[in-house]
Design a protein around this ligand. Structure first.
Ligand SMILES: C[S@@+](CC[C@H](N)C(=O)[O-])C[C@H]1O[C@@H](n2cnc3c(N)ncnc32)[C@H](O)[C@@H]1O
Length: 255
């Protein structure tokens, strides 16, 4: 049997890694990394840093696969994600077949937590269902939203109320029903700007937990343009950006 561990490593600061995740990494014979090209080398550098800093003499080997690219402007978003996941599955299967021996343990160091806007669990489940020589486990990590709310020192929800976690693409269709707090990820298009004039408060963060971290918070009407300019500059400077934000109806900010 081969054993796969999907390990959440937290979303930025190497110190977000949990004791449980470290114990799991110390069991790994091999760590699988997906190379996402030059712009995202920093994310793999963080993975290697966690291993160098915390594995206490345990030295698993690293095996790299090429991360397939999704077509960003595809008309059919769902179809483009399905296609990406099929390509990723082929890369994962190749790593499992060629880079680990029977009886070995392999780890994927998943950004943040594997359950949040990440397809690794779905992909590994599909692979494991199709063969009898593979078992897998999932270990939780600190999500980018937990990092964001901690750095802004705010609760995710207001008292007794629901919060919706969504994407920029879905928020563009309108404010979700029945919630006063909305946490937004994967927004490449500054969707918050469409909500200026609606008495909202925003807590925005880019590269949260890393040395490049930027935080801006305030009434949306006051800070939306500053966020847009800062975001653009940061993306140009670094070649890529990962940012997320919490929007809250202003009347409930202190609740
Ligand atoms: C594919 S999702 C992965 C989320 C991850 N599994 C998690 O638990 O946070 C990528 C999105 O997460 C958010 N994100 C991840 N890391 C972040 C960070 N350090 N700072 C701000 N947002 C981050 C961004 O919205 C980015 O577009």
């Amino acid at each position: 049997m081969k054993e796969l561990l999907l390990i959440g490593i937290g979303a930025g600061d190497p110190d977000y890694i949990t004791m449980q995740a470290l114990k799991a990494l110390r069991r790994a014979d091999v760590i699988f990394l997906l190379d996402k090209g030059a712009a995202k080398h920093k994310l793999n550098a963080l993975r290697r840093e966690i291993c160098a800093r915390y594995l206490e003499g345990h030295t698993p080997r690293f095996a790299e696969g090429m991360q397939p690219e999704r077509e960003r402007e595809a008309a059919d978003y769902r179809a483009s994600v399905d296609e990406l996941n099929r390509d990723k599955q082929a890369v994962f299967e190749q790593l499992i077949d060629e880079q680990m021996a029977d009886g070995e343990v392999a780890a994927f160091m998943v950004w943040g937590d594997p359950s949040l806007y990440d397809s690794s669990i779905r992909i590994i489940e599909a692979i494991a269902n199709a063969r009898s020589d593979l078992s897998y486990d999932v270990l939780p990590g600190i999500t980018s939203l937990q990092a964001l709310t901690a750095r802004h020192r705010v609760p995710l929800n207001s008292i007794g109320r629901a919060v919706e976690i969504t994407t920029g693409r879905l928020l563009a269709e309108g404010w979700p029903q029945g919630v006063d707090s909305v946490a937004v990820m994967l927004d490449a298009k500054d969707t918050y700007r469409g909500f200026v004039g609606q008495d909202l408060h925003i807590y925005w963060g880019a590269y949260v937990g890393t040395a490049d971290e930027i935080l801006i918070a305030g009434p949306l009407d006051d800070v939306a343009e500053r966020i847009a300019v800062t975001r653009l500059e940061a993306r140009e400077r670094n070649g890529w950006i990962m940012d997320s934000y919490l929007l809250r109806k202003s009347g409930t900010v202190r609740n």
